[in-house]
Design a protein around this ligand. Structure first.
Ligand code: GAL
Length: 733
């Protein structure tokens, strides 16, 4: 492996401030801010001494991403430029280095330069400026392994084959010679195959045949392998490790197949932004998002709307078995010829960065929701197929009868909300038939890439009835997608609320389109997805109620939708006889786990009390395999009794970010969903708080991210008026 030296520390930002990367150029408020505040140029500088013995080696700088237009100067000379805010920037340092101190200056222009995709039109999200991913100093031999593309052509056969196209970097134009040894290792690091070859040029194709006992990468068992390459040449040695998986992914007219098995895609779109910090949450925070999508929301796919996301996020998707739809930057607008040329380069950069991730099953090679453009999209598809013939292409559109140049017709179908007039008027059909959309007289591979979103924005603190409608819409589309034979599945808009331009959102620079809020706290609709997970992976029981006599119009909590993967649900209200409810297979015949809905008519007249009578406690119990397996209690007279403070991890590596969730709870542990009190956050020890130290609860909760700085204990104290202070302890390692 080339030596990767962390280069995140000791940057001088704007000539005055010492910062550590990843870094957001402007820490924005939670909402109601002017997005122009970060749309300008910023400077990062660093003075460094090359590592001992650097002469004769190759040194370069690797920025995993910087938004958006980057210029890199070494000792005053411009050495690299990059007009893509989402892919890595490589800057060769070797020729401009001197012994002793060297000076790096990086200018990042966060303006929405109309020559750079996605800019030039209006876009419904913010592209926060800064060097917002990790930066590395890369030290290599003059002849080194630059990149590797691994293909596993016949994974459905009993014995497997692997090919590895190895590309060498040779900036000093040495005469190429040497030996490359390749070792295939299983996930425990045991060698299982080996080959070697002599170098003949700047590429080399290796092949391993007849591989036995290979375990496939799948969503439930994401087996990973590594290919270790050792290069020995007269110009130095190099090592390179590539992680990959053996798997076969295919969209067909009969749906999506993973390793020959039909799999209905159940996904959500993800923006990579965070409150206050914009894009600048580091690796551990990215990994946590993947875990959240897989384990909390129980999804099998994420779409990286609308750009390539961090390698840390994708690596984690590989590790946990979360499929990925990755796409190029863009939103509705297609620019001029230069812009299109840049967009084609976006395709190239995305694919060459990410082609070894088994989780990625499709490349999005159209500008999200743009018009047809025959020449442009012929070229993006050509480039994608030439670089990676193993994956199909898609291109997300919202128009009907669009020209299908891709392998999969990927469609944003907002039909359910299209009849929206007053907030209650839902269309009869959640999804259109594919031929109605494609205008074709035959079926094609077909995937729904968005639904809901702006058709029904819903805040975590919205009135219960709106949240129920939000839930119902997600249930209905999912049900329709599961029922649509031949449709590969559906990806909802979207996972998390996100900051956006003033042209969009709720007027406060937020699109409340998530099934979770910006802190990733699930709204009720989030549990629609969670409840589709199989019970063996964890039981889900989420009654869609704030449990109050008078929260709804008129009164009461009926009909009560309980999102669950249990066999049935029992409602125990006060001293009344418990009532058993079964999954609603009439309204949701296609869902793996329909909700249980308790309706007024299921109850004897006064079973749940009426306006003016006493309001009682209640328990909702999930029955699974004949037993009461999970339960939620509700009290008739909730009080704010405790403040729960839960970090996602108790150990954080130096420089990494961790989320901490704060929830105001009542006597039985339910979130006090109207609580909007201010909480103060104090962090002592080896960490720094992202964002302000005084924040309000929203819908009973808030969150924050911490960055470990150094090593040692971290004490977090969160206080809320009458509840006093809750202390939590973490360690920076
Ligand atoms: C789509 C778009 C998304 C988002 C969504 C809101 O049209 O692709 O980026 O704006 O609408 O529902």
């Amino acid at each position: 492996m080339p030596e990767l030296i962390s280069f995140n520390e000791n940057w001088l930002f704007e000539g005055t401030q010492q910062v550590r990367l990843p870094h957001t150029a402007v820490e924005v408020p939670y909402h109601y801010f002017d997005e122009k505040c970060y749309q300008r140029a910023f400077t990062y500088e660093k003075t460094f001494t090359p590592p001992n013995g650097w002469q004769g080696t190759e040194l370069s700088l690797l920025l995993e991403a910087a938004m958006a237009d980057a210029k890199i100067y070494l000792n005053g000379d411009l050495i690299a430029e990059h007009k893509d805010g989402y892919t890595p920037i490589h800057a060769r340092l070797t020729d401009g280095l001197t012994d002793g101190e060297n000076h790096l200056r990086i200018v990042i222009d966060g303006s929405e330069n109309p020559e750079i995709p996605p800019f030039g039109g209006r876009i419904d999200y913010l592209c926060f400026a800064g060097i917002y991913r990790d930066v590395w100093l890369v030290q290599n031999a003059p002849l080194a392994i630059e990149t590797v593309k691994i293909e596993t052509p016949d994974v459905l056969n009993a014995t497997k084959t692997l090919t590895a196209q190895v590309y060498f970097s040779n900036p000093q134009k040495k005469v190429i010679s040497g030996t490359l040894e390749a070792t295939l290792k299983d996930s425990e690091g045991n060698p299982i195959a080996h080959t070697q070859a002599e170098l003949t040029g700047e590429r080399l194709l290796l092949q391993m045949d007849n591989l036995q006992n290979i375990e496939l990468w799948d969503v439930d068992a994401p087996h990973l392998y590594t290919l270790d390459l050792a290069l020995k040449s007269p110009h130095g040695d190099d090592h390179h490790t590539t992680r990959f998986g053996f798997r076969h992914a295919e969209f067909t007219t009969d749906g999506f197949f993973l390793n020959g098995r039909s799999l209905k895609i159940r996904g959500l779109n993800r923006h990579q932004s965070f409150p206050y910090s914009g894009y600048a949450i580091g690796r551990s925070g990215q990994e946590r998002d993947a875990d959240l999508l897989k384990y909390d929301l129980r999804l099998n796919l994420v779409r990286t709307s609308h750009y390539p996301q961090s390698t840390a996020f994708l690596n984690r998707c590989d590790e946990i078995g979360l499929l990925v739809f990755e796409e190029i930057p863009g939103w509705q607008h297609i620019g001029g010829e230069k812009w299109k040329a840049e967009s084609v380069e976006n395709v190239r950069r995305m694919i060459t960065r990410d082609w070894n991730h088994p989780s990625i099953i499709i490349w999005g090679v159209r500008i999200n929701e743009s018009e047809d453009d025959h020449a442009f999209y012929t070229e993006t598809n050509r480039v994608a197929r030439a670089l990676d013939p193993t994956r199909q292409t898609g291109g997300v559109r919202c128009i009907e009868d669009s020209e299908l140049l891709e392998d999969v017709y990927t469609m944003n179908d907002f039909n359910l909300g299209s009849h929206e007039i007053s907030g209650s008027n839902r269309a009869a059909r959640p999804l259109r038939d594919q031929r109605e959309v494609t205008g074709l007289d035959h079926d094609v591979p077909y995937l729904i890439t968005e639904y809901n979103g702006h058709m029904f924005p819903t805040k975590a603190h919205d009135q219960e009835l709106r949240q129920i409608e939000h839930v119902t819409r997600h249930l209905q589309v999912l049900n329709a997608a599961f029922g649509a034979k031949g449709t590969a599945g559906a990806i909802g808009w979207c996972a998390f609320d996100y900051n956006t331009h003033s042209d969009f959102g709720a007027g406060d620079r937020i699109c409340y389109h998530g099934v979770a809020d910006m802190y990733r706290e699930l709204k009720f609709a989030g549990h629609v997805y969670a409840s589709q997970g199989e019970p063996e992976g964890g039981l889900v029981l989420e009654p869609v109620t704030l449990y109050a006599r008078g929260e709804r119009n008129i009164n009461g909590i009926l009909p009560l939708t309980v999102l669950t993967n249990c066999d049935s649900v029992e409602l125990r209200y006060g001293t009344a006889t418990p009532i058993r409810g079964e999954p609603d297979r009439i309204n949701y015949p296609h869902l793996p786990h329909p909700p249980v809905v308790f309706r007024l008519e299921d109850f004897p007249e006064d079973a749940l009390g009426n306006w003016g009578t006493a309001w009682d406690d209640c328990e909702v119990v999930g029955i699974w395999n004949g037993e009461a397996a999970i339960s939620r209690k509700y009290c008739a007279a909730p009080l704010l009794t405790s403040l729960s403070v839960v970090p996602d991890a108790t150990e954080i590596a130096d420089g990494q970010d961790v989320r901490v969730m704060v929830r105001a709870l009542d006597q039985v542990g339910n979130k006090a969903r109207h609580a909007a009190d201010p909480v103060t956050i104090e962090v002592k020890g080896a960490a720094r708080l992202h964002g302000p130290a005084l924040v309000p609860l929203r819908a009973g909760s808030t969150g924050f991210w911490l960055r470990a700085e150094g090593t040692g204990p971290i004490t977090i104290s969160v206080s809320l008026g009458s509840l006093g202070t809750t202390e939590t302890f973490l360690t920076a390692i």
